[in-house]
Design a protein around this ligand. Structure first.
Ligand SMILES: Cc1cc2nc3c(=O)[nH]c(=O)nc-3n(C[C@H](O)[C@H](O)[C@H](O)COP(=O)(O)O)c2cc1C
Length: 233
């Protein structure tokens, strides 16, 4: 049976966990809950050894958790909004995945993003989570956010895209912002460190073409034609 890691980035088993549980109960997969707070995850030292040498000098449970993410078929990642951002517990773990920004290991795996808030920053935090998992190589399949006044219950429709992607990798048509993000990641990976370059070549990422959503493509063609007519005709 396929496995989904459900990650609770809250400092407690509160509203975020309640929402995550509601989602997990609707998933036809083997679910493992991760309460980040229960893991021994230390602050990143900023030494960048992981980036250059592919291992971390800190001995704690970050590596164990990263291996769990790698062996799962998909993840549901949840956080409360803390001071307009993700929780510190989650951010600490995200910092420790620094080398995944250079050598994304979770290629094509679906991710569902979840956040709870008293009122503010839901959109911003969910977008941040989407940016992170995209850079890890994952396919974001939805964002679910709830304010404290709302019931922490999801409909089957809200998780359908995630389940579909778990069953069959979807044809991806991406937005311009995602394409730019990927191109920047590629430029960094293939020009700065050999360890990154070799990884991108090995995984065929250097040759990967990401198709733009039709709306964005049409928009770009229009702009291009407009500039062409003004300047070159
Ligand atoms: C340290 C801290 C910071 C918070 N910052 C915000 C915030 O910036 N905006 C907001 O709307 N709610 C904020 N909240 C409220 C939480 O986002 C909200 O209660 C959330 O549902 C808590 O999730 P939990 O029960 O999983 O811990 C904050 C709560 C805490 C404890």
């Amino acid at each position: 049976m396929k496995k989904v890691l459900v990650i609770n980035g809250s400092a407690r088993k509160g509203r975020t966990f309640e929402l995550l549980k509601n989602i997990a109960e609707k998933l036809p997969y083997d679910v493992e809950y991760i309460h980040l707070k229960e893991y021994d995850i230390k602050d990143c030292l900023g030494c960048e050894v992981c980036k250059k040498k592919d291992f971390c000098v800190i001995k704690d449970q970050a590596e164990e958790l990263m291996e769990k993410l790698k062996s799962a078929d998909g993840i549901v990642l949840g956080t409360p909004v803390y001071i307009e951002n993700v929780s510190g517990v989650l951010k600490k773990f995200l910092d420790r995945t620094c080398r995944w920004y250079h050598r994304p290991p979770l290629l094509g795996k679906p991710a569902l993003l979840v956040a709870t808030t008293a009122g503010s920053s839901l959109k911003k935090v969910l977008q941040y989570l989407e940016d992170v998992v995209t850079t890890w190589g994952m396919i974001p399949t939805g964002k679910i956010g709830k304010r404290v006044s709302e019931k922490r219950v999801v409909s089957k429709k809200q998780i359908k895209k995630f389940i579909n992607a778990m069953e069959k990798p979807p044809k991806r048509y991406i937005r311009l912002t995602k394409l730019i993000r990927f191109q920047v990641q590629k430029a960094m990976a293939t020009n700065l460190l050999d360890i990154d370059k070799n990884y991108w070549i090995e995984k065929g990422l250097n040759k990967k073409k990401l198709p733009l959503q039709i709306l964005y493509r049409s928009f770009l063609i229009l702009i291009f034609n407009f500039i062409w007519k003004i300047h070159f005709k």
